[in-house]
Design a protein around this ligand. Structure first.
Ligand SMILES: *Cc1c(COP(=O)(O)O)cnc(C)c1O
Length: 372
């Protein structure tokens, strides 16, 4: 028995009749761009998040980028981002023309440390982009308080957190606007690329919609220099099927995370911590181990696939070499990047698969143990 990292084939099989029907519906309609499926999905996903507006776009990176642009953020501005995140969070800021200003995470939750944000605020700061990393909401209350005090926008990067709760609100409804990705591996995944912006701000939603569609609100009338980044009908039709299962599939991920916690409670590794107000959706179940490469190889030899999110922080990547952020400047992000190990998790991972992973992991850690 092998344990894949994420079993997308089983995800399709479970929903095949409905997904195939959705495909037929779009083929029969012969509407492929900005038709009824997209607008119905937008209504349904806004309701899911508990916000007024949703605008489908081409992917999560574009969703973040268009929010920043729509707020008028650009050259000369600064945007606070986590030092440890997927590179897209930083790229969105860079594409807007603004400068990403990294803030280190709380090493227990991996999310941006609110206690370190204020020191990074300057007269040029326009926004904070907290990431709900691995599916756990960032600690939003203190972040919103800092934003309020300095007149900043809070833009959630919710690409890993569809359906996650912070208090009684869902990710996407916690800041001024939020970006989601529907990349196939996300908790709500399309069968191709997709993304959206959600917000209660009608003006922002209208600006994002215009920017995403050639800067146009009326066909062939272009009031602003826009882009072409839209959610397509086929993906919207698939997403409507999968949205109806999102909470249930997140529950299955929570059951797996719970099992990992029990079986690994005594293991020589660091388990993720959850803050009081958060109910994560476990997009990833990330532990920290010493000698990660040896542990990964040991698991791979037993047919278990693990991944690393992420092996290189944006500040140490070639894309940001020109910023000249020296090694050691962001020590928490850097040390996490050497230790984090993502274990298999997903709605189609059976519990005996979880047990297999833990058995092998405990054996690997016992072998790797270096006294002292
Ligand atoms: C996936 C992801 C994105 C980008 O989404 P795409 O749809 O792949 O462009 C942005 N931020 C985070 C944290 C992500 O995990």
């Amino acid at each position: 028995m092998t344990v894949p990292f994420l079993d997308l084939a089983s995800a399709y099989r479970e929903l095949a009749p409905e997904l195939d029907a959705a495909y037929r519906r779009v083929m029969d309609s012969a509407r492929y761009i900005l038709g009824g499926e997209v607008s119905r999905f937008e209504t349904e996903f806004a309701a899911f998040c508990g916000v007024a507006h949703c605008v489908g776009v081409g992917n999560g990176l574009d969703a973040l980028h268009l929010i920043l642009r729509a707020y008028g953020i650009g050259a000369g501005d600064e945007v606070i981002v986590p030092s440890n995140t997927f590179v897209a969070t930083w790229l969105a800021v860079t594409h807007s023309g603004a400068t990403p200003v990294p803030v280190e995470p709380d090493p227990a939750t991996y999310n941006i440390d609110p206690g370190r944000i204020e020191a990074a605020v300057t007269p040029r700061t326009k926004a904070i982009v907290p990431v709900h990393l691995y599916g756990q909401p960032a600690d939003m209350d203190p972040i919103l308080a800092i934003a309020e005090a300095h007149g900043l926008k809070v833009v959630e990067d919710a690409a890993q957190a569809h359906g996650a709760y912070y208090g009684d609100r869902l990710a996407g409804g916690l800041g001024h606007a939020a970006a989601f990705s529907f990349y196939p591996g996300k908790n709500l995944g399309a069968l191709g690329d997709g993304g959206c912006v959600v917000t209660d701000d009608a003006v922002l939603a209208a600006r994002v919609r215009e920017l995403s569609n050639y800067g146009s609100t009326r066909k062939y009338h272009h009031e602003t220099v826009g882009f072409n980044t839209r959610l397509d009908e086929l993906q919207a039709a698939f997403l409507r099927v999968k949205l109806a299962r999102c909470h249930e599939w997140n529950d299955r991920r929570r059951a797996i995370a719970g099992r990992y916690r029990v079986l690994l409670a005594e293991a020589d590794l660091v388990l993720p911590e959850v803050i009081d107000r958060a109910v994560p959706v476990w997009h990833l179940f990330v532990v920290r181990v010493r000698q990660r490469e040896r542990v990964e190889r040991f698991l791979a030899d037993r047919g278990i696939t693990t991944l690393t999110h992420y092996p290189v922080p944006p500040s140490r990547s070639g894309a940001y070499a020109a910023m000249g952020i020296a090694a050691g400047t962001l020590p928490i992000a850097e040390s996490l990047s050497h230790e984090v190990l993502s274990l298999p998790i997903g709605p189609h991972l059976p519990i005996d698969g979880v047990e297999r992973v833990c058995e092998a992991l405990l054996e690997a850690l016992a072998r790797d143990h270096v006294p002292g």
